[in-house]
Design a protein around this ligand. Structure first.
Ligand code: IPD
Length: 279
């Protein structure tokens, strides 16, 4: 039987590449930065232009499909996931990196049908690495198959996460305490390259063994979730329960023992859900 979503995926790869070219061009010019919800939540004209390009190009071909785009949600669009084919878009994942020209900047798109992720595309555009994964068909970087490290021993692992301060000192203290708990297991190290989508791809290709994060969004996770899963990785909620795309949190790892050990070490803090109308 032919694959009903392959054509969408091919279209997605083409538009993602075009978006990445736009971002590379923008990096050569002055970048003017605006704030969204807090002083560390940044947006640029390029985020908005790239999202507009992606949505208009896809909508032209698939007018009945739905969209959840980071910048559209920021200006009032809904982020409720329905059963309809849905494109979940982060035009620049790693806006802070983009603003500082720190080279982990990606375009991330995940595509869901009946709330299941069918494929993911993440283009780390400064590195020119195109990560792709179609459900059941494996994960690839620039066309070459990729797989997780397979590491099961957390004491031999490198773990990725994010450190930032979003105005709540209690949350920040929990975040720092979680880092201490992981570092003192001990692990080989913690790294914070930013761009959640790139972090997931680094786990997918075996450059890191795990990534956990509380407070990200479905558009940061959707593309990477497909890629890390198809690369043989494990993805779960930070409680150890099944992964929930709208929950704003995740653990992903090269193996279940590592993911479960991280789940035991970290404490939660409330971050809301993407499918709450007020979030
Ligand atoms: C952000 C990046 C960053 C993560 C933030 C995200 P954005 O996405 O993925 O690594 O720490 O939580 O919001 O805003 O640059 O698309």
């Amino acid at each position: 039987m032919s694959d009903p979503w392959q054509e969408c995926m091919d279209h997605c790869i083409a538009v993602t590449r075009k978006a990445g070219e736009m971002i590379r061009e923008a990096l050569k010019k002055d970048i003017s930065v605006m704030q969204k919800s807090s002083p560390v939540d940044l947006v640029t004209e390029t985020d908005q232009k790239v999202e507009a390009l992606i949505i208009s190009t896809i909508r032209e071909k698939y007018p009945s499909h739905s969209f959840i785009g980071e910048e559209s949600v920021a200006t009032g669009s809904s982020s409720i996931l329905t059963e309809n084919p849905t494109w979940i878009i982060d035009p620049i994942d790693g806006t802070t990196n983009f603003v500082h020209r720190f080279p982990f900047v990606s375009v991330s798109i995940g595509f869901t049908v009946k709330k299941e992720i069918e494929f993911g595309v993440v283009y780390s555009c400064v590195e020119d690495k195109m990560y792709t994964a179609r459900r059941g068909k494996g994960a690839f970087c620039n066309g070459e198959p990729i797989k997780v490290s397979g590491q099961k021993d957390i004491t031999k692992s490198v773990v990725l996460t994010e450190i930032n301060f979003k105005e709540n000192l209690d949350h920040f203290k929990t975040m720092m305490c979680n880092i201490q708990n992981i570092l003192t297991i001990p692990v080989h190290g913690i790294r914070c390259p930013g761009s959640a989508a790139v972090n997931m791809c680094l786990v997918a290709c075996g450059s890191a063994d795990a990534y956990y994060h509380i407070g990200i969004h479905c558009w940061d996770m959707a593309g990477g979730a497909a890629i890390v899963t198809e690369a043989g990785g494990v993805i779960m909620d930070i409680t150890g329960c099944p992964f929930d795309l709208m929950s704003r949190r995740l653990i992903t790892a090269s193996s279940r023992p590592i993911a479960e050990q991280i789940a035991r070490q970290i404490q939660q803090f409330p971050c809301g859900r993407d499918d709450e109308e007020s979030s």
